[in-house]
Design a protein around this ligand. Sequence first.
Ligand code: N01
Length: 543
Amino acid sequence: MSPAQNSNPHPPVDVDVDAIVVGAGFAGLYAVYRLREMGLSHRGFEQGSGVGGTWYWNRYPGAGSDSESWVYSYTFSEELEQDWTWSSRFPPQPEILRYLEHVAERFDLARAFTFDTRVTAARYDETRNRWEVETASGEKVTATWLITAVGCLSSAAVPDIPGRDDFAGPWYHTGEWPHQGVDFTGKRVGVIGTGSSGIQAIPVIARQAAHLTVFQRTPNFSVPARNRALAPQEVDELKRNIKEIREFCRWSTIGQPYDFQDRNALDLDPGELRERLEAMWQKGGFEWMFGGFPDMLYDERANDIAAEFVREKIRETVKDPAVAEKLIPKDYPIATKRLPLDNGYFETYNRDNVTLVDLRETPIERIVGAGVRTTEKTHELDMLVFATGFDALTGPLLRLGIRGRGGRKLEDKWAEGPRTYLGVATEGFPNLFMVTGPGSPSVLGNMPTSIEQHVDWICELIAHMRACGAARAEPTTDAEASWGAHVQELAAETLFPQADSWYLGANIPGKPRVFLPYIGGFGTYRKLCNEVAEKGYEGFALG
Ligand code: N01
């Protein structure tokens, strides 16, 4: 089904509802499902022409999930879980989009949304206790609750490189890819950026383009995805055991069907450690996300062992030793930037039609009509791809024009970095609930697991408010301050602050350097949220 078919031909017209949901990706669709179940009136707004969120926008070649398919999905319907069959371990973008379109159709969710509609302002009216949401098309809708389901990585960042608009050919950002696709056949293509998006796109573009030039600023560690088709027997077994698998994910560190190794790396003898690393390498997947072993995030010696293991693999794979050395990260611990999974990324540099430009040796001076000019020369290009990432976690929220009590702007409140309670609410903005907001595990876990937990929790809070007649829920200043301090303390205990990553906002010039997600583990976070609820939503002022 095409996105156009999935968009809503009869947009809703109610202008006063119980809840407004912004975004029609994994989070927004589930929020609408839950609100409808609760009998609450609602409206949804979505900037795209169809459902899908991340998977609607990120259509670049090679795009796909890094989470195991059988857990990268909803759990709220057993029938859905049993009926849907994934083709492979890490499904490609079109298949995930088809899944979300299927969910929207099956549960009749698209009709809640007005598509092609950007929210431009959301103001809290204190006297009426209503959120007033305004859209780019001029529509105004009010609601008691405002639920943002805008994703964590949805605000594309195109760097302000001098001369960007002088480029004579077309350019694209991976996160806003044209729906009709891009044909690279016979073209000289440049890719700027070697994060997860670049690492997925580069091998595919290299196979199509006449020549590919990769502009690398920081070399990235990457581990093989080892994607493969799922055999029917395997699918049957996964479906038989899905309840237990899901329960494990719910309480695990990263919401995936595996957790850390059972021993610290430094407690193993070198032979066994090497064997385990090799087994992890052969298995592929997100077991590597936090470095695989409990101590790898905390102890530089342990981290160095895994980092060196991957460096050796890069040296073994890339035939030209000079190119290999450029590709090898040497100045930050492994897994402290989000570790990409790849499908033949390093092998791509063995191709005759691929050139690596190390921007640390020869920085970009400017973009010119003919291509990209570095301090060495002009690299002539017909097309340019920015795989340069996102203004993560805060960017998608700040562009909604949110104003809370007293007209206070969210961007002013967050000028020194986001301040939230549990990553779900922020003081001064009553009844605003952020699905997977900054200060929650969000991007450090399997997103659908994070999303379902957050939406369920938010909906239970709303149900609690209705049951006890509370019109407003808002975190207290103390609860928010201590949560913020806790999030930063946990991060400071790890090696994460040693890398200039988007987890810290380091990729966006001028963004405050604050660790954005909660790194205490997904299961621990779930337990804390449950305890807050059991104590009558401790830390919230309910009025
Ligand atoms: O973005 P990134 P991404 N000049 O920020 C470089 C998720 N995701 O879109 O490291 C030159 O990671 C920048 O260089 P540096 C996943 O969580 C998931 O790839 O800042 N280069 C870096 O190499 C991921 O982590 C999946 O020095 C510039 C790159 O651009 C997140 O999205 C797939 C530059 C940006 O890397 C973001 O990934 C894809 C400049 N001015 C993404 N500015 C799956 O699950 C930036 N760069 C499969």
